[in-house]
Design a binder for this molecule. Sequence first.
Ligand code: GDP
Length: 306
Amino acid sequence: LVRLRARLSRSQNTLGKGLLTLLSREHLDEDTWEEIEDTLITADVGVAPTQELVERLRERVKVLGTRTPEELRGLLRGELLHLIGTEADRSVRTEGSPAAGGGEDIPGIVMVVGVNGTGKTTTTGKLARVLVADGSSVVLGAADTFRAAAADQLQTWGERVGARTVRGPEAGDPASVAYDAVKEGIAEGADVVLIDTAGRLHTKTGLMDELGKVKRVVEKHGPVGEVLLVLDATTGQNGLVQARVFAEVVDITGIVLTKLDGTAKGGIVVAVQRELGVPVKLVGLGEGADDLAPFEPEAFVDALIG
Ligand code: GDP
């Protein structure tokens, strides 16, 4: 939490602080409520959730009458948590499955998808580090064969954290690399296979074919437990458009929001969960190996409010 707060408050005016200041005004007139709405929209919360939140806040403030700063803080905290949701299962599913017919067990399979530049490869490396630190053996699949440096980058991460990287020929078939990676994982008795994929949005049909194929081919070995969509928190509404495209292509099971250290616009957490109906599971808080954290709504809201 301390780290999250430090990172988020690097950009001074966090969403929560701005809202608290506005809510603390003696007279909450229409102009102030409009400012509150603007603050939420600017922070990427999205129109519908903003309206919902403002309506609930208005109601609660009316009931409250006079407001102490602590009461306001508590109220805002509760409403932001309500919006983000505290019930969802935010664990990353990395459990393997027993082999059919008594062969080798199948490792947990995680696909990491998203547009290039959002932090996919970095996230895959960081996640491998967390898993290895927890005692799991991990194989990395470099199925981003489109971006020339991606496989090297992933392999460097692998060497750093102690995970083997399976890669194919440059511009080779991503699905065949992914297949080989899981095959290798099974042969080695690995616990988890993480598959880094390519994400070039300009050819949507190509992407659709490719990601769908990667998943289908991998599933010849065993079930994919998790498809994590990596989104760059600093891209705001643009990220939402991307999210929609990917959700059409594969069933997303969790969201990783990267570069939260570079923005005060925490609202994207709300907007993207609403958009996809899928929880944010992990957040990226920097470029370093330890800068991946589970997403914890309470800690996040506390960091936002400051
Ligand atoms: P990919 O093309 O999606 O695989 O993206 P990369 O993993 O290569 O990341 C693109 C850039 O974003 C790199 O410079 C990363 O170091 C950086 N990056 C990734 N995650 C984070 C994060 O959480 N915070 C910050 N500040 N930078 C990040």
